[in-house]
Design a protein around this ligand. Structure first.
Ligand SMILES: C[S@@+](CC[C@H](N)C(=O)[O-])C[C@H]1O[C@@H](n2cnc3c(N)ncnc32)[C@H](O)[C@@H]1O
Length: 348
């Protein structure tokens, strides 16, 4: 059996790309000639005829980040390995090896989309798994049926690394970094390294002066945003059902804006509406319900409604104990607030 290097070299021969190592990134796909979007060669690499079975030994070479996988995730992978062993007892598969394979799957698998970019499944595409990420990618993977095509979206010079995006790039840096967590690296692409001007644009409110194309900086006066969102909410109430996710998003935004404005009473009103929807559509132990209840408790606490705060924080803790456990800093903070709330009622 040839090594993965030999197999990949054979697979990629004549396609204008090669696999090579890049310091700090592991394997990378490098262009061995130049490409430009659409013209003259739209396909950076034609379909690679490979299937999970004929190339299974290539799975060995995939990155697993096994030493960085957290306890909770390891537990999930181990449970999935139990299921595999139960379904396929005759194969006598090693439990650790299956767990390891699931870790590889989680940082190498692709969402397979239809031509309209709607997700239709998840898969491992062994050559494409060698491509690293950038939030400003120079290539994109498009699936046609079961075949993956890698196409340039920016000019790629000979010897340049081919980069795709693993995530939705239309998000500010903090969110993109959050989406990249399952891949265990911190992105140093130009967008992540730049100052926050683009981030402010992606999340910002426009300047109150309609002639100005500027944005409101964080910590600005959010009263304009509050009154605009109120108008949006009034219109949405006419158009949508009260369980609609459009209204939910607006209530969430209004709650956050009023927290910024330190108008906790109004923030509490929108928080209550949000919780009402979540409680109708989610199961009782949904983390989002717990998180909103936590916010509710904090708002009530700030307003001096200690009895109500105790109720909300107790319910928040009941939900989040199930979803988040009790040992994280986040949970310790919540449980500490709950204790303080109880103590303050005792001394009344
Ligand atoms: C799909 S694999 C890409 C190929 C990988 N470099 C390898 O050696 O197998 C995803 C992993 O590559 C690494 N990676 C991808 N993009 C990176 C980047 N921009 N900077 C550093 N590491 C990156 C991370 O370890 C990530 O979990």
């Amino acid at each position: 059996m040839s090594s993965w290097e030999e197999q990949l070299r054979d697979e990629l021969a004549g396609r204008g790309v090669a696999v090579s190592s890049v310091p700090g990134k592991g394997r990378a796909l490098i262009a061995t000639r130049s490409f430009s979007p659409g013209n003259p060669t739209p396909r950076l690499s034609p379909a690679i005829p490979s299937s999970g079975t004929d190339n299974y030994n290539l799975v060995d070479a995939l990155e697993s980040h096994i030493s960085e996988v957290n306890k909770y995730q390891k537990e999930i992978h181990a449970q999935m390995a139990n299921v595999v062993q139960m379904i396929l007892p005759s194969l006598e598969l090693d439990h650790n090896a299956i767990t390891h394979t699931f870790s590889k799957f989680s940082c190498n698998a692709f969402t397979i989309c239809d031509p309209q970019l709607k997700p239709v499944g998840t898969g491992l595409c062994l050559v494409i798994s060698t491509i690293n990420h950038s939030c400003a990618p120079n290539a994109i993977v498009i699936f046609e049926g079961r075949t993956a095509y890698l196409r340039a979206v920016q000019p790629i010079a000979n010897n340049e690394e081919v980069l795709i995006s693993y995530i939705d790039t239309a998000a500010p840096t903090v969110k993109r970094q959050y989406y990249l967590k399952p891949y265990y690296f911190s992105c140093t692409c130009p967008r992540c390294e730049k100052d926050s001007e683009e981030d402010a644009l992606l999340e910002g409110y426009r300047c109150k002066d309609q002639k100005c194309d500027g944005i409101l900086l964080p910590n600005s006066d959010y009263s304009e945003a509050a009154s605009m969102y109120k108008i949006v909410e009034e219109q949405e109430r006419k158009l949508y059902h009260t369980l609609s996710t459009f209204l939910l998003r607006t209530w969430n935004a209004l709650s956050k804006i009023h927290i910024e404005l330190k108008d906790f009473q109004t923030a509490l009103k929108y928080n209550r509406l949000t919780i009402q929807v979540y409680e109708r559509v989610y199961p009782p132990f949904a983390p989002l319900i717990g998180l909103q209840l936590y916010t509710r408790g904090k708002l009530q606490w700030s307003l001096g409604y200690i009895q109500d705060a105790l109720k909300s924080l107790t319910r928040a803790a009941d939900v989040l104990r199930v979803t988040h456990g009790t040992t994280s800093e986040f949970m310790k903070e919540l449980l500490c607030m709950l204790k303080e709330c109880k103590r303050s009622l005792l001394w009344r």
